[in-house]
Write a protein of this length. Structure first.
Length: 240
């Protein structure tokens, strides 16, 4: 799959959404690696779809729509399907990808939900660092086949990259859309190494399997250090 195929898929997807939901369709956006321009050929197509409300019939209809689209059977499609009221109840620290690094296809978020604030960015960093510290220590301290663990998709490391995006928004007021942008903006060597691991995850497979403990220790050290930085960060005075 290439960018032209993704763009065609999105055009078709939006047309079918508009036919299915009509004026009930509030917001559609394309996000993820294809939207950021750093996808691999096997990367998912990611999208947000927000409608006015959702009931059982809507879920069934949306499932049928997805099943009729190309690539769905190959698990190359991942969408967030929610209502406007549900989005307003969603934790704002998890909503950065709704606002940044996405391409709006239909509607707008203004008026539907408030954007994340500096307090939300700080909370996002704290929660991601804490969750992945637990994961890293669990594998390091309890018996596991570490080579098998580190062979899995790099979700904990990617989560930490997302945390660094929030950290840059908090500390510099700057959104770094791609990992290359993030790498160029980060002065801390440990931050940079973590981003480089994610950028080169596939080419590092042999080294990861030979030295799995090294990579898990990197993850643990980064999360531990980031929680220390969070503890020293002055809480933002303003929500906006």
């Amino acid at each position: 799959m290439d960018q032209a195929a993704v763009d065609q898929w999105l055009d078709d997807f939006l047309e079918r959404l508009q036919t299915l939901f009509g004026p009930r369709l509030a917001f559609v956006a394309h996000h993820g690696s294809w939207a950021r321009g750093e996808a691999r050929p096997d990367s998912d197509i990611d999208a947000f779809v927000i409608v006015d409300r959702i009931d059982d019939r809507d879920l069934a209809d949306y499932r049928e729509l997805l099943a009729s689209m190309p690539y769905t059977a190959e698990h190359q499609v991942s969408t967030f399907f929610g209502s406007a009221s549900e989005l307003r109840q969603w934790p704002r620290h998890e909503q950065s990808q709704c606002w940044f690094g996405r391409r709006v296809l239909h509607g707008q978020l203004d008026g539907l939900v408030d954007p994340p604030t500096p307090r939300d960015y700080l909370e996002d960093v704290r929660l991601k660092a804490a969750a992945n510290l637990h994961i890293a220590r669990h594998y390091l301290l309890h018996p596991h086949d570490l080579a098998a663990v580190i062979r899995r998709p790099p979700y904990p490391f990617k989560e930490c990259c997302y945390a660094l995006q929030s950290w840059m928004l908090l500390t510099e007021g700057k959104y770094c859309a791609t990992k290359a942008d993030l790498l160029a903006a980060l002065p801390d060597p440990q931050d940079r190494e973590l981003v480089q691991v994610v950028m080169n995850w596939h080419s590092l497979q042999t080294d990861r399997e030979a030295r799995p403990q090294y990579y898990l220790e990197l993850l643990e050290r980064w999360c531990r250090a980031m929680l220390q930085r969070v503890s020293l960060q002055k809480p933002p005075n303003q929500d906006r």
